[in-house]
Write a protein that binds this ligand. Structure first.
Ligand SMILES: [Zn+2]
Ligand SMILES: [Zn+2]
Length: 220
């Protein structure tokens, strides 16, 4: 029997250290178990929302880490990560020892302008860009890949409006980089250690309010 929490920590620590993660076949070899048993353990971790798996059963998201492009690169002086979204990208320098300051880079979804910030743990980055989150917190886990793909940073509110018209989406929530940094700063605390308990966005109204994010979108 694979101990799920031990496996979870092993996967997360590899992502933190390398920005990459093993396949379930590699884990099977490592643990000396059948491939199907490792694949089932991945599925069980996904059912508990510790992982998001792609169609091949491999890790697509292990928040805050992605394993493909979700619009954000995050780099320290030794590691390059895919950030799972704007929120996740600003969280990595808070979560990973030695990762701060991290250089977070993206392009505006509306106009393609490149943006980058040095994200520290001590204070939010300067910048007049805005975050736009499309999916309300109560619905993030309805389709978490879609939710993460649509938590982005735009040049201005005008670029958000341009993008909403182009995509036909209904406006979500627009807020400053300072609030994004507040939101990201403590969200994943403890995630690299054994015994971690996930935060459910739907139960986190007080956390969101403390970050300066209030209203029905946040569930408070
Ligand atoms: Zn995300
Ligand atoms: Zn733009």
């Amino acid at each position: 029997m694979i101990d799920l929490e031990t496996l979870r920590v092993r996967l997360y620590r590899q992502l933190a250290r390398e920005g990459r993660v093993a396949t379930s076949d590699r884990i099977a070899d490592e643990l000396g178990v059948q491939a199907a048993e490792a694949a089932e353990a991945f599925t069980a971790l996904a059912q508990d929302r510790h992982l998001v798996l792609d169609h091949e059963g491999q890790i697509e998201l292990a928040h805050p880490f992605g394993t493909r492009d979700f619009g954000f690169s995050v780099k320290s002086d030794s590691v390059l990560w895919w950030g799972g979204c704007a929120w996740d990208s600003f969280a990595i320098p808070h979560l990973v020892p030695g990762a701060a300051p991290a250089l977070v880079a993206t392009a505006c979804p509306a106009c393609g302008t490149a943006h980058a910030w040095n994200v520290h743990r001590t204070e939010p980055p300067a910048g007049a860009q805005v975050a736009h989150f499309l999916v309300p917190m109560a619905h993030v886990w309805d389709d978490v890949v879609h939710a993460c793909e649509n938590q982005r940073i735009f040049c201005t509110e005008d670029c958000v409006d341009t993008w909403l018209i182009r995509t036909g989406h209904t406006r979500g929530e627009v807020f400053s980089l300072t609030k994004l940094w507040n939101l990201a700063s403590d969200w994943y605390t403890g995630r690299l250690a054994p015994g971690y308990r996930r935060r459910e966005p739907v139960e986190a109204a007080a956390y969101f309010r403390a970050a300066g994010l209030a209203g029905p979108f946040w569930g408070n």
